[in-house]
Design a protein around this ligand. Structure first.
Ligand code: LLP
Length: 440
């Protein structure tokens, strides 16, 4: 499986992204740096869009890009240009959308504990929908909408009771989880009644998101079946057919060549088949179908460039040796290996090497043994300080989960397209890090 952005080429051992060499990018913008192939990012939105157009139809389906995967003002502008919606899950993400002048009526608001201020600002600007996650929140939305003299559209987030096959920390739809209203326990039915009784709320339908980095479509199938069955039950009780169904995100991508995610087309085709079949079975009209891909749009578009600072060979039990290659970033720009045991691939990006491959570990510069980017990889034995390493598929949950641990400035994001590079998020500097200090 290809793990590089679509406009990547390799010439004489040098990696080029959208026509610009990794070496030139590193020279001009420094390292570490996230390099985003703008056309790759846009092309994945277009793929989701055309798969939905062909199946559910353009008017009857929507995409809300999950901003948590990676969001900046420029990204919000690309989304607006591509004609898709945005899922925000905090006041901060909403602020980015507002700064980008993103159309409010294409924003969906998530979060299991939205503050009153977040709800107020969402209602004030006129977001398309708020996805309610608890009874407290239904009350809060009702109160605030009433104060503002508005009626707010909402969806209810449901927990269909699915054990999705992914890392425990990114599975979200089993029973013992903080998200959503359980269908099985009756909580979802109670929430539906409460939302219908609220006078400043328009309950448009239901949402579920079963987890992230999912390869196996079975979980999506069962989730859709259970939510549609629930919609039929609610129709029977309340005599209302809800117009909206949102099946969330979670579509997996390839991080290493052996990963085999399904194509966007096949995921959407399957979803269409299931939704159609279930609606027919329960005598429901096909609802407006939304999805919230984050990783599958942002992830494959981006490569992280690091510069090698030091290398060091250590002896392992059994007489083998391992080359520790330290780069100038690490867990502050990619927490995923430490947090989820995530695997990545790496390539020497600035030259070819004919040296024999040797067992290597790519590590960061942080003060932790667990600051490992790639635990075990064969790399040429002559990798040396000053070399550039490229790690693909870092566009989702890399920069967005980056931290200032060890007072490390967060890396920039550089958009490349047709041989041109431009900074869309600049590198932090010492002044940024000191900005919050209050000298009394
Ligand atoms: N919708 C909802 C309600 C979500 O909670 C999420 C992700 C998405 C959509 C987008 O999921 P995606 O298509 O990106 O898989 N930090 C973790 C992933 C956490 C995902 C949280 N929610 C990671 O790095 O793997």
């Amino acid at each position: 499986m290809n793990i590089w952005p679509r406009n990547t080429s390799i010439e004489n051992g040098e990696i080029y992204i959208a026509g610009i060499s990794a070496q030139d990018l590193a020279k001009e913008f420094g390292t570490p740096a996230f390099i985003i192939d703008e056309d790759d990012f846009r092309s994945r939105i277009q793929e989701f869009r055309s798969a939905l157009d062909i199946t559910f139809g353009n008017e009857n389906s929507g995409i809300f890009y999950a901003g948590k995967a990676f969001l900046s003002v420029q990204i919000a502008k690309w989304l607006a240009e591509e004609g898709v919606g945005l899922d925000v899950c905090s006041g901060g993400e909403l602020a980015v959308a507002i700064a980008a002048k993103f159309p409010a009526n294409r924003i969906e608001v998530h979060g299991n504990n939205k503050s009153a201020a977040e709800i107020r600002s969402a209602i004030e600007i006129g977001v398309y929908v708020i996805v309610a996650d608890s009874l407290h929140e239904i009350e809060r939305i009702e109160d605030i909408a009433k104060q503002l003299g508005k009626k707010q559209a909402i969806l209810l987030r449901l927990t269909p009771g699915i054990e999705a096959h992914t890392h425990e920390f990114i599975a979200t739809a089993h029973e013992d989880v903080k998200f959503g209203f359980s269908i099985a326990s009756g909580a979802a039915a109670i929430a539906t009644k409460k939302a219908l009784d609220a006078t400043h709320i328009e309950l448009r339908g239901f949402h579920c998101h079963i987890g992230s980095q999912i390869f196996d479509s079975n979980g999506f199938d069962i989730a859709a079946q259970r939510v549609i069955e629930f919609m039929a039950e609610m129709k029977a009780v309340h005599a209302i057919e809800f117009p909206d169904l949102d099946l969330g995100g979670g579509f997996g991508i390839a991080y290493v060549a052996s990963d085999t995610p399904q194509s966007i087309d096949s995921v959407i085709n399957r979803m269409h088949e299931i939704v159609l079949g279930e609606c027919k079975k329960h005598g429901l009209a096909i609802p407006h179908l939304s999805i919230e891909p984050g990783r599958a749009i942002a992830g494959p578009s981006t490569v992280t460039l690091y510069e090698v600072g030091t290398t060091k060979e250590v002896n392992l039990d059994g007489g083998q040796r391992r080359n520790y290659i330290s780069v100038d970033g690490g867990m502050s720009d990619n927490i995923r290996p430490a947090l989820y045991g995530a695997q990545y691939s790496v390539q020497l990006a600035n030259r070819t090497s004919t040296s024999p491959l040797t067992s290597s570990r790519v590590v960061g510069k942080h003060c932790e043994s667990g600051d490992i980017i790639i635990r075990e990889v064969e790399l040429p034995s002559d990798v040396k300080p000053g070399d550039i390493l490229a790690i693909p598929a870092t566009g989702a949950y890399g920069r967005s989960m980056a931290s200032n641990y060890n007072h490390q400035p967060r890396p920039p994001v550089i958009a490349v397209r047709n041989g041109q590079a431009r900074v869309i998020l600049r590198r932090e500097n010492a002044a940024d890090l000191l900005n919050l200090e209050v000298n009394s």
